[in-house]
Design a protein around this ligand. Structure first.
Ligand SMILES: Cc1cc2nc3c(=O)[nH]c(=O)nc-3n(C[C@H](O)[C@H](O)[C@H](O)COP(=O)(O)OP(=O)(O)OC[C@H]3O[C@@H](n4cnc5c(N)ncnc54)[C@H](O)[C@@H]3O)c2cc1C
Length: 127
């Protein structure tokens, strides 16, 4: 967003929108989702480094981080308002890319299938 657009935007609402709790809490939730995603990805990477298959860890990390990325991009677009929907900013691109990651490389449904299969294996009750 250009400096001029920021100024127009701020003038429209009287103060920077991050000062509104409804917006700043979204930012906090986004930060939590990104931090949790990083930890789950590290957990899967460490299992692979130990020579494990990391089937469950990988599927958990892929499922959570891609759905979190979509939620973060969705909220980010909302916070940016109308300009977030245009190609003036990269937000709409992040939104489309994040949505694809819930399909490409194994859909969210397949990740859930893998996770439940590994959970039942751990319980000694393979399907
Ligand atoms: C832009 C784009 C780029 C791509 N790039 C690549 C690439 O570089 N390399 C590559 O290998 N592939 C690529 N793909 C393909 C992508 O990996 C597949 O689209 C994805 O794996 C889903 O397969 P599918 O489209 O055949 O859907 P399907 O397998 O037909 O699934 C359709 C729906 O049914 C659900 N479903 C299927 N089986 C089950 C089940 N057992 N239980 C519950 N639900 C189920 C799926 O989750 C999905 O919601 C790309 C796709 C797109 C759109």
């Amino acid at each position: 967003m250009s400096k001029r657009q920021v100024l127009i935007y701020q003038a429209a609402v009287g103060r920077p929108i991050r000062h509104f709790e409804g917006v700043s809490f979204k930012i906090a939730d986004m930060a939590v989702k990104l931090a949790a995603s990083r930890l789950l990805i590290l957990d899967a990477a460490r299992a692979l480094d130990r020579g494990e298959t990391a089937r469950k860890e990988g599927a958990v990390a892929k499922l959570y981080s891609t759905e979190a990325a979509f939620e973060v991009a969705h909220e980010s677009l909302q916070v940016h308002g109308g300009i977030g929907y245009t190609k003036d900013l990269p937000v709409e691109r992040y939104f489309r890319d994040a949505r694809f990651m819930m399909i490409g490389g194994g859909t969210s449904e397949i990740m859930r299938y893998i996770i439940q299969r590994e959970v039942y294996k751990e319980m000694g009750r393979p399907s």
